[in-house]
Write a protein that binds this ligand. Structure first.
Ligand code: SF4
Ligand code: SF4
Ligand code: SF4
Length: 384
């Protein structure tokens, strides 16, 4: 515990120093308020210029990913036993499970809300400008949509300057969404989750090995999460701006035709892309907003349920979980195994080989249940 507190303090100091230098020398700076999404603008050279920071971020991330792959190959070459077995594993084909409706719906919703995060302000901004929901609302996208929950949670002093009606609307709509959906917001709605899931899919498609996630990694990430949480809530009291750290600022406003200055957010976005490529949802493991939403998991409608009598303790659910939640595997008595970190991605249910051992429910209704038949659907005994 003492070690974690020291590492948290050090992380705060490093992130603070990084923020200060990035503030003095912004990664990329454009004039604000040149919001224009007309077709002429989008097809113009100016718009391409506006996308330049995005190209830089993607370019640096690709270079980073290639360097890590090369470095790892070089290191593994020396380990003859590992490279022999790794080679064998890569040569085998992984059977493909049949498409699962829960996963298809999750992807459709994620893509839809990713679109809304970028252009939702433009579509709904004027009509919903007093309602705070955790998406549709990044104030950097458009000035029409200023009631963003993450913005005001990290700028509390600005929130309390608003008229009482707006403050009540803020707390009402934010809490309603967070309480009802809990961290299903992370699994279904957050565009940063979508970006990380896309990076994970890219890694699988390119048959690149990920970073083996273990308890050591998750425990090393905890102090960074605390440091970011302190910055998220604390900066507003000492005159800072958490949005300078937010990776979403480095992408969605630019795509929406609204140019912004990138401070630390551009670098954090590179971390999100490279990290998300090698370890699924790496950033979600340190995200302060996700942590905040997780505090309400006990009252949210979504749950992971376990039938401990059907569980054979194989550990596949823990292996598959991008948030490293051990209790879905270790729990031997309770039916409710929902954890504050659970993003309702359904990966544990998908990988569980026992009928009904794990299920994902909403308001008591089963949405998705583990099934041996689903797992075996990728195997065709007639095929060699
Ligand atoms: S943890 Fe943060 S980045 Fe990840 S999905 Fe949730 S809100 Fe988005
Ligand atoms: S417990 Fe299951 S649903 Fe929750 S994050 Fe882990 S894999 Fe996803
Ligand atoms: S994957 Fe299913 S059977 Fe295996 S440990 Fe997890 S709950 Fe139990």
């Amino acid at each position: 515990m003492k070690k974690k507190i020291i590492i948290t303090a050090l992380s705060c100091a490093v992130l603070g120093a990084l923020a200060y230098f990035a503030y003095v020398f912004p990664f990329y700076e454009f004039e604000q308020n040149d919001y224009d999404t007309s077709l002429d603008k989008i097809l113009s050279l100016d718009y391409l210029k506006m996308l330049a920071p995005l190209f830089i971020i993607v370019g640096l991330s690709v270079v980073g990913i290639i360097l890590i792959i090369l470095l790892r190959k070089r290191m593994l070459k020396k380990d003859k036993t590992y490279s022999r077995f790794a080679g064998r594993a890569r040569s085998g084909k992984t059977p493909k499970q049949k498409p699962i409706p829960y996963m298809i719906i999750r992807w459709i919703v994620m893509i839809g809300f990713g679109f809304m995060m970028i252009w939702g302000g433009l579509i709904f901004g004027l009509r919903m400008s007093s309602v705070s929901i955790p998406i549709l609302s990044c104030p950097w996208n458009t000035e029409q949509m200023t009631e963003s929950s993450c913005y005001y949670l990290s700028h509390l002093s600005e929130l309390f300057d608003l008229p009482i009606k707006n403050i009540l609307l803020f707390f009402g709509s934010t809490l309603l969404f967070i309480i009802l959906l809990g961290r299903a917001i992370c699994g279904f709605l957050c565009p940063m989750g979508l970006i990380q899931d896309i990076m994970d899919k890219l890694r699988r498609r390119t048959k690149t090995e990920g970073i083996p996630a273990n308890e050591k990694l998750y425990s090393a990430l905890t102090p960074i999460k605390w440091a970011l949480l302190l910055i998220f809530i604390g900066l507003c009291f000492i005159g800072g701006n958490f949005c300078n750290f937010c990776p979403a600022v480095a992408t969605s406003p630019i795509l929406a035709g609204m140019s912004t200055s990138l401070y630390v957010s551009g670098f954090i976005m590179i971390f999100v892309l490279i990290g998300g490529f090698f370890k699924r949802r790496l950033f979600c493991n340190i995200c302060p907003l996700g942590y905040f939403i997780g505090l309400f998991h006990k009252v949210s409608l979504f749950r992971i349920k376990k039938d401990c009598t059907a569980c054979t303790e194989c550990g596949a659910c823990y292996e598959a979980c991008p948030m490293g939640i051990k209790q879905i595997y270790t729990e031997r008595g309770k039916a409710n195994v929902t954890d504050a970190n659970c993003i309702m991605c359904g990966e544990c249910v998908k990988c569980c080989p026992e009928d009904n051992a794990l299920s994902l429910t909403c308001a008591g209704l089963k949405l998705y249940t583990s099934s041996r038949k689903d797992i075996m659907s990728g195997y065709d005994p007639m095929k060699k």
